[in-house]
Design a protein around this ligand. Structure first.
Ligand SMILES: [Zn+2]
Length: 334
């Protein structure tokens, strides 16, 4: 995939091309996207630019052997890790995701903007809890210790790194702390708050804009979130609950979900401000203000509640109950 095939995200494309042009490619890059929001396509276009043997005008050529292999997901120096449901013994160095590689490639070729759920559906994992295990991390470590087959960078693309269990996270952290020369990690996440902060802080972070962000922000409810946050920060539960009632009276279930997505986006920004990692998001004075007043757990806990709220909205649970629970849950964590 060439940069030209992507839409939007010009500032990120420019920054990424600049890193390659100046020879200053960081060891680890994190693309924070909305679920299915184009982080994977950006990662692949970036890799194609990095490996391309005849770059021009800030883009890959799309036809050289490296571009060709990358566009088919068969470049030997680029490996992928993604969550899978484990079967058999763990602790080995056989990559558990290997068995799903064919399905992964088919999906990635057909629809590079797949969501986490679409990935699991392609693997037949509905209703299960896929993880990135320590066996996967071991397999990556082993593959990185083998010299790049084509003499350039060895790269690892990790999809949904928040699905790493703790031992896998610690393995990855070690790799990020002492990266072998000419290795590149590309992490694509829509839930950076679920990662170890020490992993996030070792990555060059990019916030990938997607149509969903502008959709969510265009909901006429930014004032409602602000009223809710003001009441919570003032520890005024009665006012917070009355905002909850207004939310329950939003015109449709879709707009209720729109509010949840908008609130999640804002709280992720709060989280990133609190971690000191928001330098590449566009400035958000409101979120940076909230970051100062909120304890570090608040965003993480509330994002979990918002996730659940969206699922329950889909299951037709009464909105008044859902938003009362949401407000109460936020209040407890304030
Ligand atoms: Zn090329």
């Amino acid at each position: 995939m060439r940069f030209a095939e992507l839409s939007g995200n010009e500032p990120i494309v420019k920054a990424m091309a600049g890193m390659v042009d100046s020879g200053r490619v960081p060891h680890a890059i994190m693309l924070h996207e909305n679920n299915g929001g184009g982080g994977f396509g950006l990662a692949m276009a970036f890799l194609q630019y990095l490996y391309c043997s005849s770059r021009s005008d800030g883009d890959s050529c799309g036809v050289c052997p490296n571009c060709n292999k990358i566009s088919k997901f068969i470049h030997p120096d680029i490996r992928f890790a993604f969550p899978v449901v484990l079967s058999g013994s763990s602790g080995s160095t056989v990559s558990p995701s290997e068995a799903f590689w064919g399905d992964f490639r088919t999906l990635a070729l057909e629809n590079p903007r797949f969501t986490e759920q679409e990935l699991y559906a392609a693997f037949g994992f509905e209703g299960k809890k896929p993880v990135i295990s320590v066996a996967e991390a071991n397999a990556l470590l082993l593959s990185l210790s083998i010299y790049s087959l084509e003499g350039g960078y060895s790269s690892v693309v990790i999809l949904f790194p928040e699905k790493m269990n703790l031992s896998a996270s610690n393995k990855l952290l070690k790799m990020l702390e002492e990266p072998p020369a000419k290795t590149l990690f590309l992490l694509i996440t829509h839930e950076p708050e679920k990662l170890l902060p020490t992993i996030v802080s070792r990555c060059q972070m990019f916030r990938v804009a997607s149509p969903l962000v502008s959709d969510a922000a265009s909901y006429d409810d930014s004032g409602m979130l602000a009223s809710l946050m003001d009441a919570l920060i003032a520890r005024d539960l009665m006012t917070a609950l009355s905002v909850g009632e207004q939310l329950a009276a939003l015109p449709s279930r879709e707009s209720a979900k729109g509010f949840c997505r908008y609130a999640a986006e804002k709280l992720r920004r709060v989280f990133l401000y609190q971690q000191g990692l928001a330098q590449l998001s566009e400035d958000d004075a409101e979120a940076s203000g909230w970051a100062l007043s909120l304890n570090p757990r608040f965003s993480r806990m509330t994002l979990g509640i918002l996730d659940r709220t969206v699922q329950l909205i889909d299951r037709n649970v009464n909105l008044k109950i859902l938003f009362t629970d949401l407000v109460n849950g936020m209040y407890i964590n304030i």
